[in-house]
Design a protein around this ligand. Structure first.
Ligand SMILES: [Zn+2]
Length: 251
């Protein structure tokens, strides 16, 4: 379950936010940004839904690995990996990153954190899925049997995890959970649903199996056991807001 999901595909980015969820998230994000911030580096900006919105009020530079995603970013942009960003030390008032850290393999993650610390003058603002139960979203490729997270998430973070990344040099000055509440699966029920009922997460379109490149993911068929699991989970599965926000300030 460690093969990298390919995000450098036009069909992912051209219709990334059909329900305007990210666009609305940008409004909440702006409420977190301290008044003295003028310049922002948006690392892992994707197709720039947030970057382009911030661009109306701030001097923003978007950075991303995907040239296809970057083609949608209107302002300044840099194509680079988040673990090696070609900008000077302390060159932005704030380094911002929305829903990127959860995608990074361990060694890239730790280097990216060091890059954020190096580049910011004062603030680091992180948003990630809030304590995501990754297995709830696991899909199974019916062609090769590979099980994976369809959005390529490799990590789940709580506030203390984010704090551990930065606490040697930064304090959390604001944090919160935002967005719609998502219901997560009880681990035992999920294991029964996946392994006994062989019913996995119904993925949206635009997914390619990172093991065999199959792109046909028909709607999963329910059965008596999976339906019983779903019903029971509706009673006992925990719900939480989808996003975790944390704003750090240099000590
Ligand atoms: Zn496959």
């Amino acid at each position: 379950m460690n093969k990298v999901v390919n995000l450098n595909r036009k069909e992912i980015w051209e219709n990334y936010d059909p329900a305007d969820i990210i666009k609305n998230k940008a409004i909440t994000i702006k409420n977190y940004i301290p008044k003295e911030v003028k310049s922002i580096l948006d690392v892992g900006c994707g197709n720039g839904i947030i970057t382009n919105s911030l661009n109306e009020e701030y001097d923003v530079t978007g950075a991303d690995l995907s040239d296809i995603a970057l083609s949608y970013v209107k302002g300044k942009k840099i194509m680079c990996s988040c673990d090696s960003i070609p900008v000077a030390n302390e060159s932005f008032d704030m380094v911002f990153s929305s829903e990127m850290l959860e995608h990074l393999p361990d060694e890239v993650l730790s280097k990216a954190i060091e890059e954020f610390k190096r580049i910011t003058k004062q603030y680091i603002f992180i948003t990630v899925p809030n304590h995501e139960h990754l297995a709830t979203s696991y899909v199974k490729c019916r062609k090769c049997g590979y099980v994976f997270h369809p959005f390529g998430h490799m990590h789940s973070f709580k506030l203390e995890d984010l704090n551990n990344f930065f606490k040697s040099d930064f304090n959390i000055i604001k944090s919160g959970v935002h967005g719609l509440k998502k219901r997560y699966y009880n681990p035992l029920l999920l294991s029964i649903k996946n392994n006994i009922a062989d019913r996995w997460f119904d993925v949206q379109s635009n997914v390619i199996c990172p093991n065999c490149n199959n792109n046909h993911f028909p709607k999963e068929k329910g059965n008596l056991i999976s339906k019983a699991c779903n019903l029971t989970n509706r009673l006992i599965g925990t719900k939480r807001e989808y996003w975790l926000f944390a704003l750090f300030k240099r000590k």
